[in-house]
Design a protein around this ligand. Structure first.
Ligand code: ABU
Length: 396
């Protein structure tokens, strides 16, 4: 198939070295890799945990509850190993966040983790955008763990004579209203379908209505609800991303970047990076229980792409990890294999126990698959895509 060239990537860029990324798959040069130390189960209200987290693990989500120490220690070993492979084998520049005691974050309320930077930071062209986190326990995460990385980036850009913009999230002044009308002890009349009170918003997809766990009273979004495809970002509304968050993102992105929303059928939507996985320009894998090919094709950017559903349903499979009693996936769905990270259009990093997925990528798409251990990082909420932020991807 002849594919339209990626004409959407701005051509004004001249080999930048500090910050430059307009897609998820062109050759990676620099990235952030997270850090697991002191990770706590995120403490958010029960309605949010019910909406987003696997039922079996709900009791774990309580204030000041650390993830098991052995899981966190092994997750840090996996992250360190991943960083070493990226540096030594692929020659990439790797930035790491500061170690933070998350129990003391948010004036003692507690934070979550430094292992999932993709949720909080996104590079679009030469702009770094910080998420307006919906989860209160994540507020301050970027400042605490990534301040030094952002300073290094700015310093590096200055030295290299590159113009880089870092767009930090606005501070919330006064009480946060994002859960108003949605908490379990709010009055039921405030939670009616389509209620205008308190800015509650629902999404309609065919016959299905999703009742989101946040309202639309202020901008909220996680960066991991968006992916870059040249000058078009494809994103989704979710339990952590609301319409005002999308408007905010549209407003802070430099021209000519735009945001289009994918209508997913995922009642538990939180982060788009186990729903779609672009392997290279022109080829994308998707989760067929969360999005349809028709919906993807509605977006011009995918018009002539080879769009492939994952041909088996991981929800119906006995998991490798269950067979050998791997660490619990407290926060992730069974589609997590799709949360892989591309080094370039032919090379992708996949969790080493996802052998069926790895072989499919090799045999069906001719990918070179780098298999690395990451199951303890998976326990904390994501895989290689979640645990990274790509800072520089070379122009195609
Ligand atoms: N934080 C990304 C996880 C996505 C998923 O489990 O489906």
């Amino acid at each position: 198939m002849v594919l339209k060239k990626d004409t959407t990537t701005p051509s004004t860029m001249s080999s930048p070295t500090i910050i430059s990324a307009s897609n998820e798959y062109s050759p990676l040069r620099a990235l952030i890799i997270g850090r697991a130390a002191h990770s706590l189960f995120p403490s958010e209200p029960p309605h949010m945990i019910r909406a987003t987290m696997p039922t079996l693990h709900h009791p774990e989500f309580r204030p000041h509850h650390p993830f098991p120490a052995d899981i966190v220690a092994k997750a840090d070993q996996e992250l360190d190993n991943f960083a070493r492979v990226m540096t030594e084998r692929f020659g990439l520049k790797v930035y790491r966040p500061k170690e933070v005691d998350w129990a003391k974050a948010n004036e003692g309320r507690g934070g979550y983790t430094g292992a999932m930077p993709r949720d909080g930071l996104m590079v679009v062209g030469r702009t770094v955008v910080e998420a307006c986190f919906g989860w209160g326990c994540r507020r301050g995460e970027i400042e605490l763990a990534y301040h030094d990385v952002l300073e290094d980036i700015m310093e590096g850009a200055q030295k290299a004579g590159e113009s880089v913009r870092v767009c930090r999230a606005p501070k919330i002044v006064g009480a946060d209203t994002l859960y108003d009308g949605l908490l379990d002890d709010d009055k039921p009349e405030d939670r009616k379908d389509g209620a205008k009170q308190n800015g509650t918003f629902n999404s309609q997809n065919g016959n299905q209505t999703t009742h989101w766990a946040i309202n639309n009273t202020r901008p909220a979004f996680d960066c991991a609800d968006f992916m870059r495809f040249g000058t078009v970002l494809i994103g989704q509304l979710s339990h952590v991303t609301n319409p005002k968050g999308v408007d905010y993102l549209r407003a802070v992105l430099p021209a000519p970047y735009t945001v289009e929303l994918l209508n997913t059928t995922d009642d538990h939507a939180m982060h788009i990076d186990a729903t779609i996985l672009p392997l290279r320009h022109g080829t994308l894998i998707y989760c067929p229980s969360r999005v349809t090919e028709e919906e993807l094709r509605r977006h011009e950017v995918f018009g002539d792409w080879d769009l492939r559903p994952l041909p088996w349903n991981p929800e119906e499979e006995e998991e490798e990890e269950e067979k050998d009693e791997g660490p619990p996936r407290y926060m992730c769905s069974k589609w997590l294999a799709l949360n892989a990270m591309s080094v370039d259009e032919k090379t992708i990093v996949v969790e080493e126990r996802q052998e069926r997925f790895a072989r499919w990528l090799e045999e069906e798409f001719g990918m070179e698959v780098v298999r690395l251990p990451f199951r303890h990082v998976n326990s904390l909420g994501g895989s290689f895509h979640c645990a990274t932020v790509d800072l520089v991807r070379k122009e195609l």
